[in-house]
Design a protein around this ligand. Sequence first.
Ligand SMILES: [Zn+2]
Length: 454
Amino acid sequence: MLIDTHCHLDMEAFDNDRDEVIKRAFEAHIKYIINAGSDREGNIRGLELSDKYSNVYSAAGIHPHDAKTLNESLYNELKKWVKHPKVVAVGEIGLDYHYMHSPKGVQVEAFMRQIALAREAALPIIVHSREAKTDTIHILREEAGDVAGVLHCFSGDMEMAKEAMGLGFYISIAGPVTFNNAKALREVAAFIPDEFLLIETDAPYLTPVPMRGQRNEPSYLSYTAQAISEIRGVAASDLARITTLNAMRLFKIGNISRQGEIVYKIRDSLYLNITNKCTNKCGFCVKSRTSYIKGHNLRLEKEPSALQVIKAIKDPKAYKEIVFCGIGEPLLRLDVVKKVSKWIKENGGKVRINTNGQGNLIHGKNILPEFQGIVDSISVSLDAEDEKKYEKICKPAIKGAFQGVISFIREAVKVIPEVKVTVVKIPGINIEKCRKIAEELSVELRVRDFDMVG
Ligand SMILES: [Zn+2]
């Protein structure tokens, strides 16, 4: 299931087969389509389409090319359109200094007025920006404030993506990511954190490979999605879930489950989310930014029992491995970890625990022998090369945490077949020193990328 967050079905290119195009899109599992307005007539046709099809929504706005047409009477019409129940955004609006179909000053003025309109209507904005990076970011910073939105069909560089995300804007990737010469865009597509990523076709334009040369249409979104999932090293189903959730959140369409998931699948592994509590408050922790991991809602209303977790796993053999890893510290619930691990092993599965390594401090004893034979692998977050840095980054609630983590790793090596330590690559952390520590403990070090923006 995908959402095409940006296309132009109102355009002439679809005059002969618009209904078939929409039908094909839904057959290709495009759940929703957002049609972006660009000029007056297009906006009117877009609204007609979203009236006709329950799964088609509209964005109403005047494209920078047509900024010169935004007079008072058109502005008043826009004001009316944004109140329509199927209008979910103001767009597409922005700046295009490539073609200059409207003079710069006129584009800037139209962009600012429409941002103000979005604020009044409490709608997000869909931003077009071409060869206008500095002005776009400047205007978004000065004018957008609490207005959310997306940079559609992103063609900027990494710096622009970071600036936009720092302002809370999503980045939407379109067909060009599949083109041979799109090295820079592929780097951006790999880098955008999950919670900022959207996808779109921008049909009828920018047809993805292998359909390049033909008219683009929403059903081709799957090619772009496939390419991005490969770039990001996730399954196509993961990418679909991530981007669909983001689109539903930004445009307030569809039903987002409010209930946190006890077990969640990423690629071919199953993850267990047994607690949201943690003894650390790490500055880089995803928990401080979002309740979602790869499109899964992990905010638990109630911690599950061992039996509930077992029931949710169903068949342990169906996964490459089963990992205790939510947005909390699993070893706070030692009993549940032990019961569930034992059951997984008895039923032919593989168990890994992702932990902050404070389990022995939490329980006031060496708990590692209790994992003998029921845990295959453990990943411990080392996160710093010494006590001082650890205290600063992880803000542990327990005294002597860093030394506790080191001795936990030492004990783990004795009973668990595979022990790894991880470090998040953040400024100030001495990765080489961490590598030394890992070597001394005879465990593998995995360096994780730090994807936080701002
Ligand atoms: Zn467009």
